[in-house]
Design a protein around this ligand. Sequence first.
Ligand code: URP
Ligand code: ZN
Ligand code: ZN
Ligand code: ZN
Length: 480
Amino acid sequence: MSTILITGGTVVNATGTAQADVLVDGEAIAAVLAPGSQLLGVDLARTVDRVIDASGRLVIPGGIDAHTHMELPFGGTNASDTFETGTRAAAWGGTTSIIDFAVQRYGERVEDGLAAWHAKAAGNCAVDYGFHQIIGGVDEFSLKAMDSLIDEGITSFKLFMAYPGVFYSDDAQILKAMQKSAETGLLTMMHAENGPAIDVLAEQLYSAGKTGPYWHGIARAWQLEEEATHRAIMIADVTGAPLYVVHVSAQQAVAQIAAARDRGRNVFGETCPQYLYLSLEDQLGARSEEWGDFEGAKWVCSTPLRSRAEGHQDAMWQGLRTNDLQMVSTDHCPFCMKEQKELGRGDFRAIPNGIGSIEHRMDLLYQGVVTGRLTPPRWVEITSTTPARMFGLYGRKGVLQPGADADIVIYDPNGHTSIGVGEGRSHHMAMDHSAWEGFEVDGHVDQVLSRGAVIVDERGYHGAKGHGRFLKRDLSQYLI
Ligand code: URP
Ligand code: ZN
Ligand code: ZN
Ligand code: ZN
């Protein structure tokens, strides 16, 4: 067990900032101290195994990415990051916990889906990991199996109003699963888009010869996100279930969430970096020499990137300011262009849906601080503290305080990060391109500790496959 003293930094928690030193003993934080690091008259800097000088830097709780899809079988292929490569990329970017989605499909047993996910992740992760459970087939067996999830440390499950024939649940199934949520305390997570209507529009566009990636964004109209969000809120209301809407991208969906919250409902919203920065016009409609108008396939994800002219991106930032949106996850679901996204050349409906961002979430959201949209504590809150509270990890994760796991990021606000696969840029995800190529951002992840082990520093990556442990989560502490 080694001891580390992080001196001279500005400690940022969701509650505020302070000049303080952080003492790490083994895997946990032992103390957060006034600068100078004397404890009972002992000069700590002389007695610890290692001193990390964090002068001029921010010391923050490690990021928690509560929405990832490592190795997800989807769209006729598998998401290209394994738990090994994806959690390593997370570490590089200052994310020290992930919550991935175990998958149950129609006709499969929930227990088998969960066991398969444990088998993929166990012994492979660089940082700690937990699971939500996708219920892709709501029936009497899966509803019964949900009773055991909490004992397994899985305290949230995801339903899909999109993707008919894949993960889709109809309203009757949603109602039944939400009744289970209300009865058990499991948090319902919802992919809120009207899938059957989207599929009709997509078929009509395709038949009219509109086959490129841009049309993915047109078929998945914001009205069908707003409508599904409203429907999910109303079914949750009838059942008394708490509701967490994932990957919100339409400003009208934010308005639905805000209205429900104003009525006192336990309704929450997550957005993702892509919906804060990227757009239908600039990305889905992009052309390049290499890929022609298929370039936009890099950004095919659902919910889709939305029109900047309509103002959705600004509305997401605004939602984070007003707490109508509570947190930011990535929905990390990477696919390479070659052989994966290419499956949908000539038919946008067959492009595997997903973007890889796990490495860049902390940096991209830090730009909210740079531009004055977020305070440093709010940055920490939406990327670490709220995910911890929302998903039953708070105290262990999401805060720098005695007894918490020593998951710590030393962040240089005056540093700089060049993102992308190009020469001299940062990219550690298993993808042949970056959705963020050429982004030049202020701030830099200097050091990363995961349960007391320094896994990233100025000399590079020192993490180990298998260091990451499974997180048995408690019920959400965010619900009232
Ligand atoms: O495009 C996306 N979001 N892919 C991952 C699956 C999902 O719906 O979250
Ligand atoms: Zn989804
Ligand atoms: Zn997802
Ligand atoms: Zn630096």
